[in-house]
Write a protein that binds this ligand. Sequence first.
Ligand code: C2O
Ligand code: CU
Ligand code: CU
Length: 508
Amino acid sequence: MGIPADASPARAAIGRRSFLRLSLGSVAAVTLAGCGLLGSRDDLNTVGTITFDEPLSIPPLLEATSAGGHRVYELVTRSGRSVILDGAETPTWGINGPFLGPTLRAHRGDTIRIDVRNELDEATTLHWHGMHLPASADGGPHQTISPGGSWSPTWTVDQPAATLWYHPHPHGESERHTYRGLAGMFILTDDVEAGLDLPRDYGVDDIPVIVQDKTFDSRGRFSDGDDQYVGSLGDTVLVNGTANAFFEVTAEHTRLRLLNASTARSYAFGFSDGRDFALIATDGGLLEAPVELSSILLTPGERAEIVVTMSGTDDTVTLRSYPQDLGVSGGRARGAGADDELDILLLTTATDLAPRPRIPSQLAQLDDISPTDDTATRTFELGNDRINGQQMDMARIDEVIPVGTTEVWEVVNTHSQPHNFHIHDVQFRVVSIDGQSPPPELRGRKDTVYTPPGSRIRLTMRFDDYADPETPYMYHCHLLRHEDRGMMGQFVVVEPGQRPTELSHHHG
Ligand code: C2O
Ligand code: CU
Ligand code: CU
């Protein structure tokens, strides 16, 4: 989180130099973009240039109250000002604070209610990304909350432990609202996860790592400096709203809950000394067994839980994003930020590290949802601002799915540009990528997957419950500018034989 401007009068005076350096960097990037062809840009490399002198801010865990058998959370969307770069106040949006939002945590089986009040002067929504829930509680574009209004969705958490998140989803405005700062983490726990020897002390050895890239103008305001086809690429990476962040590790194993909450940028997360880490969970929860990796690609909206091992009292390592293979090359790769190399978060050790047992070799049992020959298959062609040749229409239901079924969704990126694919309500499994079985990091529960140009990705998922012919869920590209421009469609889950209800543009 940014430090509320009013809470830190002393900070404005110090460290003006680092603000100047960052803002000059932004000016240079804008100038470079301005003199080439539309969208041309140079690679960005920040390795060795980050001061890492700000303690990582940890979003507070939101306490729930109980009322009528519900766990009740209160969220208020508002605008504010935050000191993110020294010497400047940035106008920001946040939830229960000026920038970003608190972390919500709920256990499988909890019946929860979230009371959202919108104190912004425009309508927004809050969507619980990755959550299995009734469509009317989903917080998509049909559940707008007008200025001064409120909304109280309720549901029973019934899915495995996972790192989910929440962000706004007003039609055509998701990019702007999320970029301004409306985003937070939503951690689900369950008995399986609780029974494993994993780091889970929030803010101590279990750390939210919400990664967003921003561009600041010369007065410290957010701006979209570097507009590319994928969206706006920032030159300053914030973690939990902190620029130049460091975190002091206190245990041998630290669990990082990586969330790519950027609107456009993909990250290939790894460590500066090339050390391996254990991937334990993807979007929808734990893997069956940890996977040793030295880097993992997360495109916008994706999450990964990794456990990093530190040793001794002077171990220091940087979480970095490496150049990545997005299946594009040349100018398209540069324009997608694929060749950028970014230092993100410094991990240091200062005390003796608390010893920890080995990471368990078995994690969770995953449901088998392998498709059979007669599993219904739908195809989704990703094109320029379109899915299956159509732009999003709030009044059109694109897909009608009978409840209680398993389906295969075949997603084909027929465009020359990077896109990804996100489905509301369900967690899917990747069956194949261009006919090949997926790599280990894509074998777990997922709700968002990268779809390189030319690729054909088969997903399988179950639609177990929550039939509602009136209220659609969304599927879309999670590069938010693409979503806003119409790369989104709507599906309803219905009782067999039921037909969807006609929608009006401003429903709910
Ligand atoms: Cu994270 Cu439809 O969104
Ligand atoms: Cu979502
Ligand atoms: Cu896209």
